[in-house]
Design a protein around this ligand. Structure first.
Ligand code: ADP
Length: 645
């Protein structure tokens, strides 16, 4: 069944009826009929038939006049002319007026029907073309609109994602939502990370009173639904709340990789479907951008908070703190450090560490022994006379941090203690010598019985021990004062051999093996032979005392850069971690089996440290409890141009 309409025009009604009833209606066409030109023109203009079968000779308006009038009115309807008065001239004029076909009467039915089909096929084709063009145009318009919307969204998202202040960002997001959806009220809820409560963080388009209502809405069904499912929700129709004039809500989740962090709601008063699928799409895209921006801004705020906390801590610290990168370029100095090194905190950044703390301090620091975790601890005197305990620790992905604590007062106390001990010991010496002399003379006064003799001998042993203690203390005092420290060139291999020979007997008697391995061509050092014998003796004596029978003791010496090193290793009891920082202190002895049952006063290592430091060297220990210890000290090599003597 075709839907095409054909207008039949002929002043002879019989012709009209014939064409209509015998040909066109049976073929399925709809027909309109006119028996004069005027009616034909009216029907053509009002009904817009698909084809006109037009007679030429008619009263009032003839066929040509109808065609001309139609042309004037802009109507372009395919026409087949049928006339009893055909001629060459008529045919030419007809075609000039756009007639498709021309048939003189009497016509052949088949010819007419073929012509009708031909014309209508053209009409159909033209209609399809027009429809297609209209569809393409509509799609184009839609695409243009979409591109425009996306451009706007892109612009909004660009301005939103560059914001780092969370409150400004949230305000901008709700403004953008108003712009994109045209909704009357926009609200943005965010999940509070600490309380896990959904809080209203930004709102637009409502007064204070309504804002309070919106606040309540954070626990309403749609917001909770979106928060729970992470899916967009669109509701239309009146809300249950009577005073709430808003009729429709479009709520989209704000999602990050970690989950849903909030909900963005657009609400409108319009009762009938005010939000389209396109609104839903646009708001979802905007919400995705907004979520990323909110996450960025929150992270930035967190980092800022940490940074400002750290800055407050650094600013308030009395310790000097310097952070440097892997190339020892300064990244940060705290105010205390800036003041100590006489510079502005900002000036220090980017400068080499040795420039900031001074190359002497830098050298001491990096020459210091590194503990297992890479931390170096040394004592650093500064130009202003203060003494610092400096600790340089590696920091992963940053470089290192130097923390310096002022220990000037501790050193002062140390000095006062040394002075006190020195004067006391000095004063003790004379009465002790008198007691010692008297005890020695006692047997000459007459025969002592067994008990008297035992008391006298015990008193004598104690006096000798005290004398030894006083000698050691006086000795340390002299070392600290730099007395008896005449320097000359010393061959450390000779010192090592002398000490090993001296203590070999003691080691053997305890069932210990003592070996010495000394590098060939060991460099000379500038030092005091006697004091250096004392250093290695104390270390070797300790190694023998604190190593159970059957163990091994090894003394080694070698060159390293511009230093000479000596180490004394044993397979003995080792030193617990808590004691390692104290063993070089005076009178410190480790509490525990294997040490306190051995005789000693806790002065040996303090003496070693004093002597080594007087030689410009350093001493430290590497040890593991129960597995043994290695004491190592380094001394600067004797400069090549200094003369022996
Ligand atoms: P002491 O007279 O007690 O040996 P030192 O100053 O020589 O005094 O040593 C201090 C403490 O260090 C000792 O009491 C001991 O606990 C510990 N110590 C020293 N050397 C060793 C070592 N080789 N092995 C284990 N512990 C040691």
């Amino acid at each position: 069944m075709t839907e095409e309409t054909i207008l039949i025009v002929d002043d002879d009604i019989r012709n009209v009826e014939f064409l209509r009833d015998s040909l066109l209606v049976p073929s399925g066409y709809t027909t309109l009929c006119a028996t004069n030109g005027e009616e034909a023109l009216r029907l053509a203009l009002t009904e817009e038939p698909d084809l006109i079968l037009l007679d030429l000779q008619m009263p009032k308006l003839d066929g040509f006049e109808v065609l001309e009038a139609l042309k004037r009115e802009g109507g372009e309807i395919p026409t087949i002319l049928i006339t009893a008065h055909g001629s060459e001239r008529v045919a030419v004029q007809a075609f000039r007026l756009g007639v498709r076909d021309y048939f003189p009467k009497p016509f052949k039915v088949t010819e007419i029907m073929e012509a009708v089909e031909r014309s209508l096929a053209e009409v159909r084709l033209r209609k399809e073309k027009q429809q297609l063009a209209a569809r393409v145009e509509a799609i184009n318009r839609q695409l243009e609109q979409r591109v425009k919307e996306l451009e706007i969204l892109y612009g909004i998202s660009k301005s939103v994602t560059s914001l780092l202040d969370l409150d400004t960002l949230l305000t901008r997001v709700v403004e953008a939502t108003t712009y994109v959806t045209g909704a009357e009220e926009i609200s943005l809820f965010l999940l509070d990370a600490d309380t896990q409560e959904l809080l209203l963080r930004a709102i637009q388009g409502v007064g204070d009173q309504q804002a309070r209502q919106v606040k309540r809405r954070s626990d309403n069904a749609v917001v909770r639904q979106v928060m729970g499912t992470g899916q967009v929700a669109m509701i239309h129709g009146p809300r249950s709340h009577k005073t709430d004039p808003l009729q429709a809500t479009l709520a989209v989740p704000l999602k990050t990789r970690g989950g849903t962090i909030g909900v963005l709601c657009a609400s409108s008063k319009a009762a009938m479907q005010p939000f389209s699928d396109n609104d839903r799409f646009l708001l979802s895209v905007l919400a995705d951008f907004a979520a990323v921006a909110i996450e960025n801004a929150s992270l930035f705020a967190e980092v800022e908070e940490q940074r400002s906390k750290l800055e407050t801590i650094l600013a308030g610290s009395q310790d000097l703190i310097v952070v440097a990168d892997d190339e020892a370029g300064v990244l940060l100095v705290n105010p205390a450090a800036a003041e100590a090194f006489c510079l502005e905190a900002q000036q220090a950044a980017g400068r080499p560490l040795h420039d900031v703390i001074g190359s002497e301090a830098f050298d001491r620091l990096f020459r210091g022994p590194a503990a297992g975790n890479g931390t170096r601890n040394v004592e650093l005197p500064l130009m202003d006379g203060r003494v610092f305990h400096a600790s340089l620790s590696p920091v992963a992905d940053v470089g290192c941090v130097l923390i310096m604590r002022d220990i000037t007062h501790l050193r002062e106390l140390d000095r006062m203690k040394s002075d006190f001990v020195a004067s006391i010991t000095h004063d003790l010496r004379s009465p002790l010598t008198a007691v010692h002399g008297s005890l020695r003379l006692l047997p000459q006064l007459g025969q002592l019985n067994e008990e008297q003799l035992e008391f006298a001998q015990r008193a004598m042993r104690n006096v000798e021990q005290m004398d030894e203690l006083i000698s050691s203390l006086l000795d340390i005092g002299r070392i600290e004062a730099g007395l008896e420290m005449e320097m000359a060139s010393v061959r450390l291999e000779e010192v090592v051999e002398e000490v090993v020979a001296n203590l070999q007997g003691e080691a053997k008697s305890k069932g210990l093996d003592v070996d010495a391995v000394i590098a060939d061509d060991l460099s000379l050092v500038r030092g005091n032979h006697t004091r250096l014998v004392q250093v290695i003796s104390n270390l070797l004596d300790n190694a023998i005392r604190y190593t159970p029978p059957g163990g091994k003791v090894l003394v080694r010496a070698g060159d390293d850069g511009d230093e000479v090193w000596v180490s004394v290793s044993d397979t003995g009891v080792g030193i617990p971690a808590h004691a390692r920082d104290h063993i070089f202190d005076k009178f410190y002895r480790v509490e525990g089996p294997g040490t306190l049952d051995s005789e000693g006063m806790g002065l040996g290592l303090a003496t070693v440290k004093s002597i080594v430091e007087k030689h410009g060297g350093r001493v430290w220990v590497e040890t593991k409890e129960g597995e043994g210890s290695t004491f190592r000290f380094v001394l600067p090599k004797m400069p090549a141009d200094s003369s022996e003597g």
